[in-house]
Design a protein around this ligand. Structure first.
Ligand code: NAD
Length: 414
């Protein structure tokens, strides 16, 4: 969608409305009348208001052969532009291929004070079918959709409070994120597990390390577009993250700039995804980048990403927030796994864009040009002058409040 960013707000909304078949009401909700205070009052406690976050769309995403417009809710400038630009570059060699392994979440049951660990473990494993039956009785709807508790794992862990028996119930959550479903099941099976183990159950809760709900994506960026130096620069940037946790934290933060923005736009749980991503990054030993890069035989850059995607289209805020519902419609995903594929593609795009800029011109040039608008507003520029002030600041390479105030004063002088 070349030139989309240069269109007026009304022109952009017209295109999105047509592409995604939005109703007039949905368009109005996108414009900011989205979440009524009465709806918010039913979502959390002690409501006193709502807070708006900018909602943009990343363009150019081709994922598994399907064109997608990707809604992103974020307060940070440059994120949407960077993702769109990376997606444009990825299109040339086929866009993103992405897949999600399965939709299984883990419910943990912590059993302490077990006198015979081996016997307890055997008793629990022997009664797997009964434990799964109790779990599945809690959620006939999930079972009807082909999901539900499918298997058990029993682990022994060392802890500061001594050895514990940890039971994992593996629940296929289909199109739900699954925390409520899994937590209900974990609580329901706990008394039977206490009986079988002779121990005492304490915690019964989902794990956000969703290692059985992994999305992978891949894209190839052409050497002709990037230039050989940039390909080498990105490889060096990736190696820096792979070798240094200080850099790696920021590398993965950049990935989550994109991922969390889509998670928020679709009404999903940003903390669940963030916790899962960082835990997964550290899961195999040292804290590692969620993306990796290599050069193929042609010298093109091949980027891949792997991260857990505990998101849903059913339940949570996704089901009740009108703007989240409109965002799902814009995205056009029909299953939670399709949403997971989008998250992986966006994470890879975001990371590629950051490494490309960082290893060549730096990110501040583009970033400050966009940030200049915020500085102009802070300096008191009236709406009709914001663009003009921002442009002057960027051209002068002085994106600073003091300079912005001077320019505003000069332009508003009568
Ligand atoms: P939910 O309970 O609102 O909805 C899920 C239910 O929808 C399923 O249990 C099932 O009965 C039903 N359903 C209907 N059609 C379905 C389909 N096609 N596929 C799957 N289920 C279908 O929501 P949830 O996903 O169980 O829980 C998500 C919420 O839990 C989020 O709001 C999250 O913030 C919150 N939460 C998260 C954590 C955590 O991440 N640690 C802990 C507690 C709560």
């Amino acid at each position: 969608m070349p030139g989309f960013h240069k269109l007026s707000l009304e022109e952009r909304l017209k295109i999105i409305k047509e592409f995604s078949d939005l109703t007039k009401g949905e368009v109005e909700q996108l414009k900011g009348t989205g979440l009524e205070i009465e709806q918010a009052d039913r979502m959390i406690e002690n409501i006193i208001g709502t807070i708006e976050v900018p909602l943009g769309v990343a363009t150019n995403f081709l994922i598994n052969g399907t064109d997608r417009i990707v809604p992103m809710a974020t307060e940070e400038s440059s994120v949407v532009a960077a993702a769109s630009n990376a997606a444009r570059l990825a299109r040339k060699l086929g866009g993103f291929t992405a897949e999600v392994s399965e939709t299984v979440m883990i419910g943990q049951i912590q059993v302490c004070n077990v006198s015979d660990m081996k016997a307890a473990k055997n008793a629990i494993l022997e009664n797997t079918a009964e434990i799964l039956r109790i779990a599945n009785d809690q959620d006939p709807v999930l079972v009807k959709f082909g999901g539900g508790a499918k298997d058990l794992e029993v682990r022994r862990i060392e802890s500061p409070a001594g050895e514990m028996l940890i039971i994992h119930i593996l629940v296929d959550c289909r199109d739900a994120m699954g925390a409520n479903a899994v937590n209900t099941m974990a609580e329901a099976v706990a008394p039977f597990i206490e009986e079988l183990s002779g121990g005492k159950v304490y915690l019964r809760i989902i794990s956000n390390l969703a290692e059985r709900r992994i999305a992978k994506a891949k894209a190839i960026f052409s050497k002709e577009d990037l230039g050989e130096d940039a390909v080498d620069g990105i490889m060096k940037a990736y190696s820096f993250a792979a070798g240094d946790p200080f850099r790696c934290a920021t590398h993965n933060k950049g990935i989550m700039n994109g991922v969390s923005a889509v998670v928020l736009a679709t009404g999903n749980d940003t903390r669940a995804i963030e916790a899962g991503a960082h835990a997964y990054a550290a899961y195999k030993g040292s804290y590692s980048p969620l993306t990796s890069y290599e050069k193929n035989e042609e010298g093109d850059l091949v980027g891949t990403i792997e991260l857990p995607v505990a998101v849903g289209l059913i339940g949570g805020a996704t089901a009740v927030h009108p703007v989240a519902k409109a965002c799902i419609k814009i995205l056009g995903v029909k299953t939670a796994s399709e949403l997971g594929e989008v998250l992986a593609a966006v994470g890879l795009a975001q990371n590629f864009a950051a490494l490309y800029a960082l290893s060549t011109v730096g990110i501040q040039r583009g970033h400050m040009r966009l940030h200049a608008r915020n500085i102009a507003v802070m300096a008191g520029a009236p709406p009709e002058l914001v663009e003009k002030v921002a442009e002057r600041l960027a051209d002068e390479e002085k994106v600073r409040l003091d300079r912005a105030k001077e320019i505003v004063k000069e332009l508003t002088k009568v």
